[in-house]
Design a protein. Structure first.
Lengths: 336, 336
DNA sequence: ATAAATTATATTCACGTGAACATTATGGTG
DNA sequence: CACCATAATGTTCACGTGAATATAATTTAT
């Protein structure tokens, strides 16, 4: 029914040139008020809306922000993704679209990066993303990498200092009297898993606590994987007094396994999570965890990206490794 | 550094016309194999990638699918959104981008719909979306509405039959011997809340059970709102033996409130949720719930959208109201 | 009243791509 | 070798918008 209304359609009706229409709709001071009004009325009446592809072509910007995740299917917890998108949407100037994609998807389809964006926000989990980050950087368009510390200094980069967060966590557990500590680690290829594992091991070593390999298990950040990992540990004979679990989702799975095996939390086994997901304050018992500064990371990211897109120099520093904070709740018991 | 490589850049180097380059890169049979190879080599060497805006302009398609949510901030539970996006991404042909947006965002910025997409998937929660659905429909482009039954028959529409799902739920609760039933309803303006509430009330009435208004509370689908609603009910004196909670997130909050007030589940109060979210199989106790057929809805939606975009007639029917199913776990006790 | 200055509008071009149409090679046939 | 069919490539145009440049209309100054 709408045989696509363009500025030329309007021009014909208003008996002016298409340029005048273009100007009128862009509120240029070069057009008489009366003409402007006429043109706008016609535009409204015909339900005109500009062809953004044409606009993008001629203006060299598309009003699209690309948001790349490492993987949309696994490893990225729903509440993390949802909070990210929500924040991004919230802070993005009106008129911008968010294009969501994943490197895993590109890799699978053997595709290269789509260049139709004014700036890209990369929510990176793994060093394997570097290949694509490099492709993005080569476009010369603004790129901000979030969530994982990268090894280059030409891009803006905001991440959570997972190592220090974990050190905080473990030192708290030690202060609470725990010496028999286990860990459920996340996806091995994810930088966050590696840092959290390293923080755990280093802190034990620093305090001269020998680790028990039976209490070290690996999941993939999913709830079920936490359950499975904990089952393995529970079946291994001697038990830890406390588990550090690399994210809250897995912690929920692990706590469920304890429940099923008849171990009470935190009386028999204490639990420390990571992330401070939306559910950790409601599970039973409430999960003591490390709050990942998702909001800060995201806010910095978009603020910077916005500045870069508008050719301003960003207010924030080039790279930040934001320290997570301890959230004490009910899942860790003080022992002696 | 890249002063934008276009097909004309390549044409000059290869000493051919830009059309030949265009043909070669699109693997047209009109170009000699040898020439093709030369051109492709140059393209690769220069790291050429096509300007999708120009392509979209001339081909009248953008390879973008719009995904509209009612609201990205509240009401849409993270696991639902995440599962949707994951499914969509999974089934979308390679090369397509997903543009995520929300009607709430448009309304807030007083913006109209961006038309740069080949088809739109609307994840609708509320009749107030109809305004925008109408705008989308008027573009003449393929639009599929998911999640909520709409009142028009010119669009494809797949939803979960929440009313029948709730009837199933309540009849199960009655069979388990419960007569003192409460409900925590969701966002009042959401169709799903309305249907679930109606299913609840109608089924009680059908079985001649008078409802107790003290046991009817309303939340906003967030965990915390479930907690608050349950608190109110627990403080109201006489207690129900069983709560039907309009989604799993609120159910988790509500169960947490019971725990805090010293009521045991399901011994003193039973719980039935709705959605079958990723966490409902891991909370304590495991939540008996109604599985919302998210995957079926989404799959049908994209399959249909793909067909419509390619001008094929979709295999599936125009509208489907898919019946949810009961998932019995541990949170409902049989009483006599 | 007329030139000059200003304001308003029109014409032409560019953006990068692909399609229609036009032209030039190439190869086969008598 | 001339002719014609066909293969290969080139030229021009269109897509919808906005910017640069040109022209027309109006106002101002003398």
């Amino acid at each position: 029914m709408n045989d696509k209304v363009t500025i030329k359609t309007i021009a014909k009706i208003a008996n002016v040139s298409h340029t005048t229409v273009s100007r009128a709709l862009n509120d240029s001071p070069l057009v008489k008020e009366k003409t402007k009004k006429e043109i706008r009325d016609i535009a409204e009446r015909l339900n005109y809306s500009p062809n953004l592809n044409a606009k993008a072509l001629v203006e060299h910007r598309s009003f699209i922000i690309a948001v790349y995740f490492t993987d949309l299917n696994s490893g990225t917890s729903p509440s993390f993704m949802s909070e990210m998108l929500h924040q991004i949407k919230e802070m993005l100037p009106a008129g911008y679209e968010i294009a969501v994609d994943s490197f895993a998807g590109l890799r699978q389809a053997n595709q290269s990066i789509n260049l139709r964006f004014d700036g890209a926000l990369v929510v990176s989990q793994s060093v394997s993303d570097d290949l694509y980050i490099d492709q993005l950087a080569k476009t010369g368009k603004p790129v901000v990498v979030l969530n994982r510390k990268i090894d280059r200094d030409d891009l803006f980069n905001y991440a959570s200092d997972d190592y220090s967060g974990t050190v905080t966590a473990i030192e708290y557990l030690l202060r609470m009297g725990h010496r028999k500590l286990g860990i459920i680690s996340g996806k091995e290829e994810f930088t966050s898993s590696q840092n959290r594992l390293a923080g755990f091991l280093d802190t034990l070593q620093k305090h001269n606590i020998t680790r028990n390999d039976n209490w070290v298990a690996t999941g993939d950040y999913s709830v079920q994987s936490g359950y499975n990992a904990m089952e393995k540990i529970l079946n291994s004979g001697d038990l830890p007094t406390c588990m550090f679990v690399s994210n809250d989702d897995m912690a929920m799975g692990a706590m469920r396994a304890c429940e099923d095996y008849g171990f009470s939390i935190p009386e028999q086994i204490s639990f420390m999570g990571f992330d401070d997901s939306a559910y950790s304050n409601y599970c039973i018992p409430r999960l003591t965890t490390i709050r990942k500064p998702v909001r800060e990371i995201t806010n910095n990211g978009i603020k910077t990206l916005n500045s870069l897109i508008n050719n301003e120099s960003p207010e924030t520093v080039q790279a930040m490794n934001i320290k997570p904070s301890l959230v004490v709740r009910e899942s860790v018991k003080k022992i002696n």
